[in-house]
Design a protein around this ligand. Structure first.
Ligand SMILES: [Zn+2]
Length: 175
């Protein structure tokens, strides 16, 4: 990034604009960050970070809960299924979705869902149709679990609905 050859993607860019630090390899090795592949295997085996912890998908979900405890809001960006869609890698996509299933199960088991809302969504379709390597305009599945889920579900029909729903949850208006 510092060499200026690559641009930040949307979420790291928003984080940086808000004056917040980006988590890095040291945070990952200390168990304070998770990699986008959930388990850390990519960092350990493909990027050569031999001290990167490796989790089962289920343990990675529980670890995300632990990492998020000091924060009011966390955003976990997962992009591997987008790459799989672009590369029409259906078998790899299936295995990544199974890994995601374990991760989400681990997160929801660990989370205090009486006081936490968990939202899973995407900003576009892609991997659900591996017959071509492009984003789709299909409707995107959104999963909402935990506190406030029914009210939130009724208020979300488009990508632009997430920010007001999240703000309402975090900063309820006094009545
Ligand atoms: Zn894409």
């Amino acid at each position: 990034m510092a060499r200026g050859k690559r641009l930040l993607s949307a979420v790291p860019y928003a984080n940086t604009c808000a004056g917040l630090p980006l988590l890095n390899a040291a945070d990952l090795e200390a168990g304070l960050a998770l990699s986008a592949d959930f388990t850390g295997e990519g960092w350990r085996h493909e990027l050569g970070y031999s001290n990167a912890p490796v989790y089962t998908p289920d343990a990675a979900g529980a670890q995300l809960w632990k990492i998020g405890l000091p924060y009011d809001f966390i955003f976990f960006e997962h992009w591997q299924t987008d790459v799989d869609g672009h590369e029409q890698a259906l078998t790899r996509a299936r295995s990544m979705l199974q890994r995601f299933d374990g991760f989400l199960g681990g997160l929801l088991s660990a989370a205090d869902l009486d006081h936490t809302m968990v939202i899973v969504s995407s900003d576009h379709g892609n991997v659900e149709d591996c017959s071509h390597g492009k984003h789709t305009v299909n409707k995107v599945l959104t999963l909402i679990a935990g506190d406030g889920r029914q009210q939130a579900a009724g208020a979300i029909t488009a990508l632009t609905d997430f920010v007001p729903v999240i703000l309402d949850y975090l900063l309820p208006k006094s009545s």
